[in-house]
Design a binder for this molecule. Sequence first.
Ligand code: 0WD
Length: 251
Amino acid sequence: MNGKRGLVMGVANNRSIAWGIAKAVQAQGAKLAFTYQGEPLRKRVEPLANELDAVVVGHCDVTDPATIDAVFAETERQLGGLDFLVHAIAFSDKSELDGRYVDTTADNFSKTMLISCYSFTAVAQRAEKLMTNGGSMLTLTYYGAEKWMPHYNVMGVAKAALEASVRYLAADLGPKNIRVNAISAGPIKTLAASGIGDFRYILKWNELNAPLRRTVTIDEVGDTGMYLLSDLGRGVTGEIHHVDAGYHVVG
Ligand code: 0WD
């Protein structure tokens, strides 16, 4: 990854999947820029960025397009362009990550789709302009997009749309040698995951039933991310790559 420049969106703390990916690509020589969402997260993200000699390009709330434009302008100013992008962002009201999907409100449906699905397309639009020598974009999804999972509800619907958008973006951007892929990660205890009902049960269930008889770590997701973001993955686009200890073959 020597000489490659990447923007990482979605680091909340050192348990974030985005952090696992950032560590893996930086270890191979990549230069990184981080965004943060809101002041409280700035204090968490800045020291992490320092650890990886990364720059912090500002606050980005993907529901506010002006903040997306601002962090991309700052990325261009500080890095001069982009070779890869990591999108590790999702949100839904906690009250609807429990109980039944059928009770989803229109308000939370829209919010979940905007933050967890459309935001990838929104950042891809900006990143395309900075990827003048081709590039690689990566987002994070979950098995709840493919199959019903307890409590995942509207997030499963948003992830299904996100996976479809990976395919459409891959087709649109492929002629510019920009690849677009997703990692479908197995359950990992992060801040976002703590909002999902009975998450500990889901972790245990995966541990007992996945072919490898365990769950995965952010470092394992990070290493796969490194492959997809680097030239090792140069023939791969439009792919949903499972990093889930094999759970998807049995679940
Ligand atoms: O089991 C898991 N943890 C899995 C997570 C399994 C499979 C996939 N994923 C996905 C998530 O759905 C998400 O897309 O991985 C991605 C990263 O999630 P994470 O690492 O599990 O969670 P976390 O460390 O909380 O990072 C997600 C971050 C937010 O953190 P909080 O917890 O503060 O919501 O997404 C960001 C924020 O930093 N985020 C936003 N960023 C910009 N604008 C917004 C927003 N509106 N909302 C959330």
